[in-house]
Structures are given as structure tokens and as C-alpha cells.
Design a binder for this molecule. Structure first.
Ligand SMILES: [Zn+2]
Length: 86
């Protein structure tokens, strides 16, 4: 279960989000706070207590055990249209 202790509010649209580090390059990425069946990210809690995020791919579309399917916040953020992918 994901705890709520790392949930914050998006500074622009006030949605509930969490910050995770990408497994690819350690960059911070905001994800929506709750798991989302339509998400394309797999988020897991690392042994250091941080959240880590990786992209699900067409070849490997399912989260592994201990991962949650989640939505990148920039896909739904109402206040940051520049985040949206075209
Ligand atoms: Zn937002």
C-alpha cells in the first residue's frame, strides 16, 4: 500500500501528487498520488524509502510485484499545458 506521507499538492493545479525519481536517470518526476489503471508508469518504494518510477513499455506493459501503475502528473495537470506531450 502506498502511504500518504509523501503526497504533496501540485503548486499550480493543487492536485495530489507524489515526486518520484526515474530509474533511468534519477530525475524527479511528479506522478498523480493514486494508482491509475490508465497510467503508463510503474512506481515502487525503494529500500531507501524513496519512490522510483519507470516507464511501462509496449513490450512489458504490466507492473511487477510491488509496483503500482500510475499516471504522470504532466499528463493530467490542468494548470501546466506546457507539460503535455503532443
Ligand atoms: Zn498540476
Amino acid at each position: 500500500m502506498l502511504s500518504n506521507h509523501d503526497v504533496v499538492l501540485c503548486s499550480t493545479c493543487r492536485a495530489r501528487i507524489r515526486w518520484a525519481l526515474t530509474t533511468a536517470n534519477g530525475r524527479r518526476q511528479p506522478v498523480n498520488a493514486e494508482p491509475d489503471a490508465l497510467g503508463n508508469l510503474a512506481v515502487s518504494r525503494g529500500p531507501d524509502g524513496r519512490l522510483y518510477v519507470r516507464s511501462l513499455t509496449r513490450a512489458h506493459p504490466e507492473p511487477r510485484a510491488g509496483e503500482y501503475r500510475m499516471m504522470p502528473h504532466h499528463a493530467t495537470c490542468a494548470a501546466r499545458p506546457s507539460w503535455r506531450r503532443t
